[in-house]
Design a protein around this ligand. Structure first.
Ligand code: ATP
Ligand code: BUA
Length: 356
């Protein structure tokens, strides 16, 4: 069997994760951290392109991994038009949309960096399951306000990767089972996976669903109207309260769940209430997904950095275990999922999709 060496690139808001896989096997991995001072110099995420390229190429050089030895490069996909899940070849239309994306998101750089490396070394560049994966049913799109549609914007890459692992643990194919996946990281998304399609999910970036370490999740809209029109906050200030300064940050001044657990251990009652409320909201969202799937749920998977917390997962489990067995996959499998998507295409077990 031919060996494929694949570089995976995952640009995050404060880091760039890179990994090199030979087929399924991890050969090299590094998280390149970027300080606020380093990133502050760039007015827009797109302006960080050369800076991130430079840190990636120097680390690979340092690790003595020649870019010329790669067979493919794969980046985390960003805020494109809504598309179905899968592996996409990076093309001109995709790069155009990412350069002109209305919203800032570090993952907008994934495809652009992958394409640059791909072109330099004559190898294919892909993205896999970007945050805009949209497999929602028409019913799920109706918001209740004419002219406003519910959108699918979530941790598609990790949700799909973990759903595949949960299916494997059930000895089934992902496309054969109904699962609920709760990704609990800096943001939280809870998806109803029906036979390999995420038919409903909360929009993790736009104030929808449970609150998270730094996002407010859904809040009563009347209060937002007041913030906009009576408190005189700017558009950016209001958005910051929803994404960045919401959730644990807003209540407790930290986005680090470990710090919150320490506060609870020291007897801080507010910290306990807020932390348990986060678990309560995730459990409620899981319950909503169970209704979406008409109760036919084979497993509930909890993942993301917060899934390391036993305190949190126990609170969630006690409320949702009656629905289906709860499986816990702490952390995220994004690098493996990126490389896996590219590998399936290189090995010919999956056909890449074209972004139009
Ligand atoms: N061992 C642990 N116990 C409790 N919480 C933890 C642990 N490890 C990480 N966390 C928490 O997980 C959260 C971050 O999760 P994660 O690293 O998945 O987020 P991210 O990658 O920054 O954001 P996102 O997943 O939204 O893209 C933080 O609140 C962090 O404190
Ligand atoms: C929208 C999913 C990715 C993120 O939370 O930033």
């Amino acid at each position: 069997m031919e060996n494929y060496k694949i570089l995976a690139i995952n640009p995050g808001s404060t880091s760039t994760k890179i990994a090199v896989f030979v087929n399924e096997n991890l050969d090299f991995e590094k998280t390149l951290r970027h300080s606020t001072e380093e990133l502050e110099k760039f007015p827009r995420v797109a302006d960080q392109f050369l800076f991130r390229m430079e840190v990636i190429t120097s680390s690979l050089e340092e690790a003595q991994i020649p870019l010329g030895s790669l067979q493919a490069v794969v980046g985390r996909g960003g805020l494109l038009k809504p598309i179905s899940g899968g592996t996409y070849l990076v093309n001109e239309a995709m790069c155009h949309d990412l350069k002109h994306a209305k919203k800032e998101h570090a993952s907008n750089l994934g495809a652009l960096i992958a394409r640059e490396i791909g072109e330099r070394f004559g190898i294919p560049a892909f993205i896999v399951d970007p945050v805009v994966v949209d497999e929602m049913e028409p019913l799920a799109r109706v918001s209740g306000m004419k002219g406003v549609e519910r959108k699918s914007l979530f941790h598609a890459l990790n949700q799909k990767a973990i759903a595949r692992k949960a299916a494997e643990a059930l000895n089934k194919k992902y496309e054969e089972c109904n699962l609920i996946v709760a990704h609990m990281g800096g943001g939280v998304s809870v998806g109803a996976h029906e036979k390999g399609r995420v038919i409903d999910v909360n929009n993790a970036l736009d104030g929808d669903g449970p609150f998270s370490p730094e996002r407010s999740g859904g809040v009563p809209v009347g209060s937002i109207v007041e913030m906009c029109f009576e408190k005189g906050l700017s558009r950016n200030e209001v958005y910051k309260c929803i994404v960045g300064r919401g959730g644990l940050v807003g209540y407790l001044g930290t986005n680090d769940a470990r710090v919150v657990e320490e506060m609870i251990k020291q007897g801080n009652e507010e910290a306990r209430l807020v932390y348990e409320a986060m678990a309560y909201q995730v459990a409620k969202e899981i319950g909503s997904c169970a209704a979406v799937l008409k109760g036919k749920v084979e497993a509930i998977a909890l993942t993301g950095g917060l899934a390391y917390s036993q305190m949190l997962t126990n609170w969630i489990k006690e409320r949702v275990e009656f629905i289906a067995p709860v499986m816990i996959f702490p952390g995220e499998g994004e690098m493996e999922a990126l490389a896996g998507g590219a590998l399936r295409v290189l090995q010919g077990t999956e056909v890449y999709k074209e972004y139009l």
